[in-house]
Design a protein around this ligand. Structure first.
Ligand SMILES: NC(=O)c1ccc[n+]([C@@H]2O[C@H](COP(=O)([O-])OP(=O)(O)OC[C@H]3O[C@@H](n4cnc5c(N)ncnc54)[C@H](O)[C@@H]3O)[C@@H](O)[C@H]2O)c1
Length: 322
């Protein structure tokens, strides 16, 4: 078995929820490298109980509170990276499930932290918290938040819960507003920015790609490596340096479907794309085109490594490997 060894000695014992998804697949490996695979408990509703590369994989439905509690206690978990959520496309179709799944387990964990059963929580929010009344470009940390999707409304409620549990009960919960994430290890899970992952899988196979957004829809995106770096940096920051206890803006890099298609054409000149907007266009139209993340840069040193050409090069490099 190929076990991932620690770079840092630690007493942290980490549970990831939704660990089999797009972010969890990369995050579990990065955490194993940093804290030692044996300290990582990566759970998902779709997992069996097993060990993979030294990481404990656990079957956990986060709506099953008694199993959730048992896993926290049995494994002496100190820190939870709580990733489970219905994403934007799916939440709009299943609003009741979105409300329950996106909020109840977060509240369960905040209560556990309030009762000092766990020490620290990471919870991802999203640029979907933005909506009516924002400028389209360079949206600041303190912009008004009027989300225009079920998903965004659950994320805003989650941010407010995080802020409240920190301010009222000193719970150490930290959060990032992720833009659309691009990665090659796992498929995207039902979001409005999924096109920027799907497009590569079509280009590699020499297939036409039908994009569900218009060619001019600019959205903020981020390469997964940058998103993981940002998560690790935030989670190891001095608590006193963290001035935002709702969720930090992350700007990433902004581009349109046409711009990424043109970049891909530099590698695959015959690649073709058509634009057939569906219900996700309205969600995308309510989001900003670009975001200002100055507070994250100032507070804990957010840095971006991947611009659009770097993302396209790296995606193609990995997806082309047999
Ligand atoms: N990927 C993005 O572009 C993006 C952008 C902004 C915010 N986020 C946020 O990051 C988090 C993770 O996103 P992701 O893209 O990895 O999602 P994903 O859909 O790829 O993965 C979610 C995982 O949760 C699991 N799951 C679903 N229901 C479950 C349940 N009841 N119990 C346990 N596991 C369950 C699924 O099997 C899946 O593996 C979410 O909170 C999402 O809102 C993601």
């Amino acid at each position: 078995m190929n076990t991932i060894g620690p770079e840092t000695k630690t007493t942290e014992r980490i549970l990831i929820t939704g660990g089999g998804g797009q972010i969890g697949t990369d995050l579990s490996e990065a955490l194993a490298k940093k804290y030692g695979a044996d300290n990582i408990f990566c759970s998902d509703v779709k997992f069996e109980n097993t060990i993979r590369d030294g990481i404990h994989e656990l079957q956990l439905n986060v709506l099953d509170e008694s199993n959730f509690e048992r896993i926290l206690e049995d494994n002496k978990i100190t820190t939870v990276y709580h990733l489970v959520s219905l994403l934007s496309g799916t939440s709009e179709k299943k609003p009741l499930l979105a409300k329950n799944l996106n909020l109840n387990p977060l509240l369960f964990l905040l209560e556990k932290a309030k009762a000092k059963k766990i020490e620290r929580i990471f919870w991802p929010s999203s640029i979907a918290v933005f909506g009516k009344g924002i400028p389209k470009h360079n949206v600041s940390q303190d912009s008004v938040l009027h989300p225009e999707s079920v998903y965004g409304i659950t994320k805003l409620a989650g941010e407010e819960l995080c802020r409240h549990y920190h301010d009222a009960y000193s719970v150490d919960v930290r959060s990032l507003r992720f833009p659309g994430l691009i990665s090659w290890k796992a498929p995207a899970g039902g979001g409005t920015t999924d096109y920027a992952v799907e497009i590569f899988h079509h280009a590699i196979k020499n297939q036409l790609y039908k994009c569900f957004l218009t060619e001019y829809t600019a959205l903020p995106m981020m390469y997964m490596d940058d998103a993981i770096e940002a998560t690790l940096a935030l989670m190891s920051a001095d608590p006193n340096a963290i001035s935002v206890r709702g969720s930090y803006n992350l700007g990433g890099v902004s581009f349109t479907p046409k711009e990424i298609a043109n970049e891909i054409k530099k590698h695959f000149p015959d690649f073709t794309i058509t634009y057939e907007p569906d219900f996700r266009q309205a969600i995308a139209d309510s989001w900003p085109s670009s975001i200002d993340d100055t507070p994250a840069q100032k507070d804990w040193g957010l840095k971006l490594k991947y611009q659009l050409p770097d993302i396209v090069n790296d995606m193609i490099l990995h997806l082309k490997k047999p």
